[in-house]
Design a protein around this ligand. Structure first.
Ligand code: CU
Length: 177
């Protein structure tokens, strides 16, 4: 028969073993979670979009040059779209501001851009213009703007930066599948 102190020692040993096991288990499951999170982040960086059936996130980057980092974005009909426009440059919006303006299918871009020229007081979004589906605000270096909208019906839509002289280089296609 075990003495009382031996039983006590065994219980303490078991308790330590249990604690050790618990700690080990917890930290390894945290590590797994981190790996999973990293994997998600990595894949969203590589494609710059994370999508599920109902939601999609798009990231469009720009800077102190007349360009977007993507000239094609793909989404699916019915999705709820979150689009972030980032300006990683240094220049103020008065000098090198950008926006994202999504236009209805069939919009004549030069005609629209010409109307936008006159809308300086409204950040180059012509007020009441029915060609605009959605747009971000005008941003300068270090700024971002995020908008959400419902994907329009299947089709191909142009997006442009409507600042004077920008659209010829800053435009792309949003494809709704
Ligand atoms: Cu621009």
């Amino acid at each position: 028969m075990m003495s009382f102190s031996r039983v006590k020692t065994s219980i303490i040993t078991l308790a330590f073993a249990f604690l050790f096991f618990q700690c080990g288990g917890t930290s390894s499951s945290n590590a797994n979670q981190e790996e999973t999170t990293d994997a998600v982040e990595t894949s969203s960086v590589s494609s710059n979009e994370a999508s599920s059936a109902e939601e999609v996130t798009l990231v469009l980057n720009t800077g102190d040059a007349l360009e977007y980092d993507k000239n094609e974005l793909r989404i699916k009909e019915g999705q709820s779209v979150t689009l972030a426009l980032n300006h990683s440059g240094q220049m103020a919006k008065e000098a090198m501001g950008h926006n994202f303006v999504l236009l209805k299918a069939g919009t004549d871009i030069p005609t629209f851009a010409n109307e936008a020229l006159d809308a300086r007081e409204n950040e180059y979004i012509p007020e009441g213009n029915e060609q605009v589906i959605v747009h971000t605000k005008l941003i300068g270096g270090g700024e971002s703007d995020t908008i959400t909208f419902e994907a329009p019906p299947k089709g191909t839509y142009d997006y442009i930066c409507s600042l004077p002289g920008h659209y010829s280089l800053m435009q792309g296609k949003l494809i709704v599948e």
